[in-house]
Design a protein around this ligand. Structure first.
Ligand code: SF4
Length: 242
């Protein structure tokens, strides 16, 4: 499996399609090792520092302690998220964590597009503050990691370990596809990982302040409440660049 070349232009399908993971990480460590074997330093982890994110950081750091990690710093995150990032930096000092900012500050965006764009056109706001910055961060990379899990939402239920990513024209590697919400939290507790304090205040999924609400279930239903939107667009192949 290690010798197969898997790129966006040459994608023979998920090399782990018939893999029956039976280890305690449900295949995640195998997939992470495979990814670094394939792409070396040309694989980037785009981390949101949610519950899945800190699990994946812990697993990735076992394989590549100096892995490259990108956080899309929209300028609209909760203080608790920034505090968590500092704790992660202390725990994994070799990790190369980049705080990737959009070209426009929040104030400049308000001047160009009107205030509170997220209330009127959240897709456009996500494009400016997340998708374009990630596009820039991934330029030159061969692949990126994502913490998607199949049970998170219907749109994620068919995610494979290794995916052809039409959005960024790269390979997207998703080591946690078989993990349940319980698996994630069991791992966090067993390994005493730091996590976002907002998770203890009914925020299962934490994003930008204007687009994150408390939720009593474990899904992403607290994101973009009032809009028919559950994804920022990083994981869909649509064209929101207007
Ligand atoms: Fe804008 Fe909300 Fe998207 Fe953040 S999550 S970039 S505030 S629309």
């Amino acid at each position: 499996m290690e010798n197969d070349i898997v790129t966006y232009d040459h994608f023979p399908g998920d090399p782990f399609a018939n893999h029956q993971p039976d280890d305690e990480t449900k295949g995640a460590l195998d997939v992470i090792q495979w990814a670094y074997g394939q792409y070396g330093s040309d694989v980037v982890y785009a981390c949101s520092f949610g519950a899945e994110g800190i699990v994946l950081i812990d697993l990735i750091s076992k394989v590549k302690p100096d892995a490259e990690v990108v956080f899309l710093d929209t300028g609209l995150h909760f203080q608790e998220t920034y505090e968590l990032i500092e704790k992660v930096k202390n725990r994994y000092p070799e990790l190369r964590i980049h705080m990737k900012k959009p070209e426009l500050t929040v104030e400049e965006q308000a001047e160009e597009h009107g205030s509170a764009l997220w209330k009127r056109q959240p897709d456009q706001c996500c494009y400016i503050r997340k998708i374009k910055p990630l596009e820039d961060a991934l330029s030159g990379a061969a692949a990126w990691f994502s913490g998607l899990r199949r049970e998170q939402s219907p749109s994620r239920s068919k995610t494979d370990f290794v995916n052809k990513d039409e959005r960024f024209k790269l390979i997207k590697v998703c080591p946690l596809i078989h993990w349940t919400w319980e698996d994630v939290w069991q791992y966090i507790r067993l390994n005493r990982l730091d996590y976002n304090e907002l998770h203890d205040q009914n925020y299962p999924s934490v994003g930008c302040i204007p687009c994150t609400s408390p939720s009593t279930d474990e899904s992403r239903s607290g994101r973009w409440k009032g809009f028919n939107k559950t994804e920022c667009g990083l994981h869909t192949a649509g064209n929101n660049n207007s």
